[in-house]
Design a protein around this ligand. Structure first.
Ligand code: NAG
Ligand code: NAG
Ligand code: NAG
Ligand code: NAG
Length: 422
């Protein structure tokens, strides 16, 4: 067995953008998490790793009626009730956030308490539900265990409430800092942070708000997987007409209710600092919306709170201030990814009728994800960029070739390939 003292801790900070229900993901990975390949001879020099992701606990129930109905379904589908035609209303009610334009704060529905379970452990990020049907980071964590990591010890998770942007999540960053320091103290080695998708913005925000001396001492590196550095186009569709990502039985309009409550969707809109001002993101028979027209867009889709949420969150990470630690920026390329949604006169209450595509990972375009290249030369620490050709957005957390690169980094072979075919 590898001796735990020698392992460099790893914190997995995994956060998704409302992008977490892609059909490929649910069908291929949720029900049958791919098995991590078993490796002999665990290395005893693996550095600690911290993974973060977003999850909320099943909150107290608002209606006894919901409880009745969900109880019936939940023997098998606990917490996956959102997939059930009956459960979805209760689920939406439970995760509902109310936004107050005056004080610009979100709060839970009365009677609902939400807490993020499993902070510092891995079970909460390995599976999205207690019955372990929805494998998320399971494959990666198992791969790490096979190379000598120990769950809850040298590899830990840092889940967060995915409904809130960093400006409303101060507590999370304090807990994250404490966890990093605790792992450093336990293993006497600086920690790697690993994020997925929106989680990478969470880590960037965290690092941008820590002094350089703190980062030098505690952080070994930042591994970012599929980060939409310049924002993503998809949340525009999500907010306008909803997107069930192939989950059967839930209409896009129904899921839109939930998707409009979170301040993280407006936060992730395509940044006006990097996208051309004349790029049309949403085209309708009456108007072409660019990033100069968000206020009008929010008004036209009857979601004016979204404008305020966007104003509150748009500057949190959009300046892409270098993180000040060594970075491994990895993302998928080579797949058609919508960058313009074209609607007919039923906008915004029907799905788009056509798309304009650009290169990307099927969810985020490669222009946005490649913006980490800006940091090369902007900071002293090295910035490594690896593009995985043909790799979809969600597969990046469990694809064998990605796991092998991550393993190489953690084992100290810091140079990574520039391009990998999957
Ligand atoms: C919104 O916040 C303001 C200021 O804190 C408060 O006076 C008002 O009652 C709140 N509105 C609602 C609907 O809670
Ligand atoms: C990690 O912690 C969770 C929650 O306390 C526990 O259920 C699980 O068994 C632990 N895993 C290991 C490998 O110790
Ligand atoms: C939107 O842009 C398209 C493509 O440039 C153009 O054909 C169309 O007339 C524009 N629509 C409106 C309402 O301006
Ligand atoms: C956000 O940044 C823009 C320009 O980068 C600036 O004009 C604006 O005042 C900032 N907004 C806030 C709320 O800080």
């Amino acid at each position: 067995m590898g001796s735990a003292e020698r392992l460099r801790p790893l914190l997995l900070a995994v956060f998704l953008l409302g992008l977490h229900h892609s059909s490929g993901f649910w069908i291929l990975n949720v029900v049958f998490p791919p098995n991590a390949k078993l490796k002999q001879a665990p290395s005893n020099s693996t550095p600690p790793l911290l993974i973060g992701k977003s999850i909320i606990d099943k909150p107290t129930l608002v209606h006894w009626l919901c409880y009745k109905k969900t109880e019936h379904w939940f023997t098998l589908w606990l917490d996956l009730n959102m997939f059930m035609p009956i459960g979805v209303d209760c689920w939406i009610d439970n995760v509902r956030l109310t936004y107050n334009r005056t004080n610009r704060q979100s709060s839970n529905s009365p009677g609902v308490q939400v807490r993020v379970p499993g902070f510092g452990q891995t079970y909460s990020i390995e599976f999205l539900d207690p019955n372990k049907l929805a494998g998320y980071f399971y494959t990666m964590v198992q791969h790490l265990v096979n190379m000598g990591y120990t769950r809850n010890e040298t590899v830990r998770g840092a889940p967060y409430d995915w409904r809130l942007a960093p400006n409303e999540n101060d507590d999370y960053f304090k807990k994250l800092q404490d966890l990093v320091e605790e792992m450093y103290d336990d293993y006497q080695q600086p920690v790697y942070l690993l994020g997925h998708s929106m989680g990478c913005h969470y880590i960037l925000y965290f690092l941008n708000h820590r002094p350089q001396a703190w980062k030098e001492k505690y952080i070994k590196g930042f591994i970012s997987l599929g980060a939409p550095w310049g924002g993503a186009v998809k949340p525009l569709r999500v907010l306008a007409s909803g997107e069930n990502d192939g989950i059967p039985l839930i209409s896009n309009i129904k899921i839109r209710e939930e998707q409009r409550m979170s301040t993280t969707n407006p936060w992730m809109l395509p940044s006006d600092k990097v996208w051309p001002k004349d790029h049309v993101f949403i085209s309708t028979p009456t108007f072409n919306y660019t990033n100069q027209d968000f206020q009008r867009l929010f008004r036209d889709i009857s979601y004016e709170d979204g404008w305020y949420m966007w104003e509150d969150t748009k500057n949190l990470t959009s300046d892409l201030i270098p993180p000040g630690v060594e970075v491994w920026c990895m993302y998928g390329v080579g797949l058609p990814t919508p960058i313009t949604y074209i609607y007919d006169e039923n906008f915004p209450n029907k799905d788009p009728v056509d798309f304009v595509y650009a290169d990307g990972d099927d969810t985020v375009d490669s222009f946005s994800m490649s913006l980490c290249k800006r940091w090369i030369g902007q900071q002293e620490k090295t910035v490594h960029v690896t593009e995985f050709r043909g790799l979809p957005h969600l597969d990046i957390v469990f694809h064998e070739k990605v796991l092998n690169v991550v393993q190489n980094i953690l084992e100290g072979n810091l140079d990574t390939p520039v391009e990998v075919d999957v």
